[in-house]
Design a binder for this molecule. Structure first.
Ligand code: NDP
Ligand code: 8X3
Length: 254
């Protein structure tokens, strides 16, 4: 994997930033995306400082197809050969009933999680096919395996990520490219702060009384999938904290 070029969306915090650290620690070159340029800049600095990694910040909004096209077209030649695309940018907004929540928020969630993932894939995979190598790793969720109260739209987007991942694997079956869906359970990141619009008390409660996953745990599974021999395709991985059995069943006793 040394010197491979890894493109990670949503790398300004949480799982994406942890993936950046993990791949950098193995000598990979990184193209890192998010919207907030300050946070993205901090991750880039950390990756350079800790691992001496070659890193290119590429800020854009994955909901903006034209911005993705322009960003990809702007890549210097030595950065164009993307080996691994980690479609990680994503979010939930609110925890409301399907007949009560905000349509604007849901549009953001759908546009980011589904259309952003799809646009990145559509625009990056043709180059991988030309080069005869590549790996697309989508960050799905346990939420894609079944709905939970107040989560229907977010769950629907992660079910869509599963369908997009499975469909892409079918479409690429006669090529050397690999396609993976990593489906985490509860991971303590900025996810709940974003979901609850900055309500820290509510966000903290999500992780109270048990040990959730850390972003680095998921980065390890992403690294595992990417670093397996070329003939091994990790199709899907559901990764939960030990005290979680389903989306709704979490033991808060340990
Ligand atoms: P964070 O909120 O910590 O990170 C999300 C990242 O995505 C940020 O860097 C954010 O940066 C970026 N992002 C959000 N919207 C956009 C956009 N439109 N364009 C580009 N970047 C964007 O959350 P997580 O690390 O937890 O989430 C990462 C992925 O993991 C998501 O897809 C999430 O659904 C998934 N996941 C999370 C779980 C959890 O429990 N935390 C469990 C299962 C899956 P910025 O705002 O600057 O753009
Ligand atoms: C994030 C995990 O269970 O809050 O995908 O939806 S959950």
């Amino acid at each position: 994997m040394k010197d491979k070029t890894i493109f990670i969306t949503g790398a300004g915090s949480g799982i994406g930033a942890a993936c950046a650290m993990r791949f950098a620690s193995e000598g990979c070159r990184l193209i890192l995306n998010a919207r907030n340029t300050d946070r993205l800049g901090q991750v880039c600095s950390e990756v350079r400082k800790n691992y001496g990694a070659d890193v290119l910040p590429l800020p854009f909004d994955v909901r903006d197809r034209k911005a993705i096209e322009e960003a990809l077209a702007s890549l210097p030649d030595e950065w164009k050969a993307i080996d691994v695309l980690v479609n990680n940018a994503g979010l939930a907004l609110g925890l409301d009933k399907e007949f009560e929540g905000s349509l604007d928020d849901w549009e953001t969630v759908i546009d980011t999680n589904i259309k952003g993932t799809l646009a990145m894939t559509r625009l990056v995979v043709p180059g991988m096919l030309e080069r005869g190598r590549g790996h697309i790793i989508n960050i799905g969720s346990i939420a894609g395996d079944g709905a939970y109260p107040g989560g229907s739209v977010y769950c629907a987007t992660k079910a869509a990520v599963k369908a997009l991942t499975d469909g892409l694997r079918i479409d690429l079956v006669d090529t050397p490219l690999r396609v993976t869906n990593i489906k985490p359970g509860q991971v303590e990141t900025n996810f709940s702060m974003v979901r609850f619009h900055g309500d820290k008390d509510r966000a903290d409660k999500v992780y109270e009384g048990y040990k959730p996953l850390e972003a680095a745990d998921i980065a390890e599974t992403v690294w595992f999938a990417a670093s397996m021999p070329e003939h091994v395709q990790i199709a899907e991985m559901l990764v939960l904290p030990t005290c979680q059995a389903t989306s709704g069943i979490i033991s808060r006793k340990i």
